[in-house]
Design a protein around this ligand. Sequence first.
Ligand SMILES: C[S@@+](CC[C@H](N)C(=O)[O-])C[C@H]1O[C@@H](n2cnc3c(N)ncnc32)[C@H](O)[C@@H]1O
Length: 632
Amino acid sequence: MSIARLHGRSPLQGLVRCRKLARSFSSAEWSQYAYSTPLFRKTRREELAEKWDNLGFSIRPMNGHVRYTYADGNWDSGVFVPAPYQLMHINAGALHYGVSVFEGMKAFACKDGKIRLLNPELNAQRMQKGADALLMPQVPTDMFINGVMEAIRRNREFVPPYGNNASLYVRPLLFASGQMLGLAPLASEYTFFVTVLPAGGYFGKGSEVGVKALVSNNHDRAAPKGLGAVKAAGNYAADIAPVHSAHAEGYNTTLYLDAKERKFIEEFSVCNFVGITKDGRYVTPKSDTILQSTTNIMLQQLARDRGMIVEERPIDFEKEIGNLKEVGMCGTAAVVVKVNSITHGETTLTFDDFDVISSLRSELTAIQCGEVEDKHGWMKEVCDVVNDSIPEVFPVQPRSFAPDMVTAEAKGQVQRMGSQAMHGLERLLLEHVVANAEPGNPDSVLAAMDAFWNKTFQAQGAEKWNVRGLKIEEAVREKVQAKEGKNTPVRCLEMGTYCGYSALRIARNLPEGGKLLSVEKDELFAAIATKIIEFAGLDDKVKIWMGTVHSEIANITTRLEQEPADFVLVDHSKERYVPDLKLLEECGVVTKDTAVVGDVEVYPGDERPPKVIEEEIGRFFADRAFGLATMV
Ligand SMILES: C[S@@+](CC[C@H](N)C(=O)[O-])C[C@H]1O[C@@H](n2cnc3c(N)ncnc32)[C@H](O)[C@@H]1O
């Protein structure tokens, strides 16, 4: 049996059954996955025009984030997700066991009109150390940097302009997104994502004004031989209560001493401790439970460049604190902030000077924005800044930003549709349509396609094939009727166009203004379908989009005008049904109101998808209240 008949025209072996799940979901249940784009509105650059100096440190919805998924021992090729959501199982390891590490980095608009990133290798290495400690997969340095750069490029209009002390704060995160019940076995899925937000605010200003710190006597940050040296989410959770009680007592931050002896300085709340001794040495604590700040590493280097003595060693609080003339707290967001005083019990020590640290800080920030030579090669160029005086034309986005990653396709886990041999048949189909159908008449084009396939396959399965088409059309018509008089267009999405047969059946039911976006990864099929649709005169309603849902998600949401789809036909490769539908849900394209019709038939001659895939599809559809057309 030729594989050709599996596509678009196939003898079906049973009845077509369209099942609407009767079960109704409460809005709370839906809220976990029925996102719709209107729930968040992306920030517009114009809204920030007056605010660059006062951005603060708050979350604003950006254009989207970059996400990679690790499953079956490999990372996928990465995707840009134009939404701030991640759909995951309620038993995800990150949620229950805190299997999560993150990073903080900054991108800057430089004097020469370029956006640059500060020292990403250091952050990649630190995340790798964290991954080791929590037995998560490594994020290779190249992938880390590619992901970070892509997230910045895609959000580059939110990089504050040069001359401003704000920057684009970049947050890469690695976590167990797969289920875990107990700590062994490990999660089957991990996610690495990179999200960004423009930030400035408190830390910028605080660095000049100075802060008051309180030695934390009732809390420890991390246990000896624990996870204090990695940027694990739990370390931050442990810091919340202490820092809030310090605030309540009128202090800006906490200072932790070592958990074992309560003698040696550890770090401030989420910031490293930096001191300048009365004789001009740069001192900073050394301990296995401190997270090493990348900013601290660079400040130390700048101090050494000036000939200063740098000592990274245990610092006995009682014995040495009085010998410091300057104290700063440093970290990516803060750079380095002046500490005016430290209170320990009844005693408060004050530090009036900040000249040495302040000048190191100025040198580092000058390197960051390209004002002084970057002798150590810390800055990595990302792209050009947005020029407000020139209308923005976004460059064509690369299809894949991690070309070396092992993709599901490369692993052979995605059904292979199409071969050299098939293209010959599809070419004949197009010739047949052009020769026999009436231009501008979709019904006659469909009739010609039916005739072609009937002839090729001696009419096997013709009737059942028609039933499938009718079911699809019925679901579309229901949606069209529901929208009648509502003045909003009917939006449809198809995954897997092949030669455009189902696209025609959908589109011929669409009223004026109705749209079908059909995604096809095979370029030749996409070209043939485009010609067939054009010949049928439905090209004003149908757009064939080349690529996969995964690679084209940002274009899909844009073409659907950030609105949910009314109808979705899932007819591409079974392995992609659930991941692609999940992504569409996260981006607000598929909601509880979308009619989703999935072809779950295994056609004769087709490779049966692995059982886990069939089960995954079954579970996914059973959990949702949208319609499913099942081929039985
Ligand atoms: C069963 S055919 C679609 C038939 C079509 N909907 C019809 O009824 O006329 C599946 C198509 O999906 C395409 N495809 C497979 N995987 C895909 C993916 N990940 N993204 C987009 N298209 C894909 C194949 O190239 C093939 O043309």
